[in-house]
Design a protein around this ligand. Structure first.
Ligand code: SF4
Length: 201
């Protein structure tokens, strides 16, 4: 077995352990904690029940129970989409935000900051590995908006070429269900300005 497989297995196991501890300390199941963490990181196209189900590779029925618990505990609230009739966005409440800021990921960030992995090499490697595994498992990719094929940085704004909409700066660091892997620099061509996405899915 490749030594990296053992290291990744050990890391995954340790992260799982931290995650279970965090969840238990707030009287949540691990999946409920993970769904809250996902919603904290998701952009405006991805903080909807369908996207939560896609992200965890489960059904909407299963995920709706998880979301109902988070809502009942006052950790998330529903917000109607101002432009898309019945669409509901799931947003963290102040209480939800508070418990996220002290979670296991902040400890991992501190460990990363004190390691030799700050130059982006590790991030590139992990992203490539994740992408390959998602491809093998036929999983939906999800990715950070700024690193998307459709992302366009303009002089004074950010823009999504898929939806044809401008993006608030804080949205550009969030996860998106519509994310697409960018082309290598040499193959990039200007993409047509969009508006083609049916966000009513
Ligand atoms: S640029 Fe990509 S990641 Fe960002 S909102 Fe558009 S589709 Fe989503």
């Amino acid at each position: 077995m490749h030594p990296s497989v053992l290291l990744l297995e050990r890391l995954a196991s340790l992260i799982n352990q931290l995650l279970r501890q965090d969840a238990a300390s707030h009287d949540l199941l691990p999946i409920q904690w993970q769904a809250l963490a996902y919603l904290a990181a998701a952009n405006q196209y991805s903080n909807i029940p369908t996207a939560v189900a896609e992200y965890f590779g489960t059904t909407r029925g299963t995920v709706s129970q998880t979301l109902a618990v988070l809502e009942r505990k006052g950790l998330i609230r529903k917000e109607a989409d101002p432009t898309h009739g019945k669409r509901i966005h799931l947003v963290l409440t102040d209480a939800g935000q508070r418990i996220m800021t002290a979670g296991w990921s902040t400890r991992l960030e501190a460990a990363l900051a004190s390691s030799a992995a700050e130059d982006g090499t590790l991030e590139c490697l992990l992203r490539s590995l994740l992408s390959s595994l998602q491809h093998l498992n036929d999983n939906h990719a999800f990715g950070v908006c700024r690193q998307c094929f459709h992302f366009l940085r303009r002089t004074d704004s950010a823009h999504c070429r898929l939806t044809g909409e401008d993006l608030a700066e804080e949205q550009t660091v969030k996860l998106c269900r519509e994310w697409k892997k960018p082309l290598p620099t040499a193959q990039r061509q200007p993409a047509p300005s969009g508006g083609s996405l049916d966000r009513g899915r």
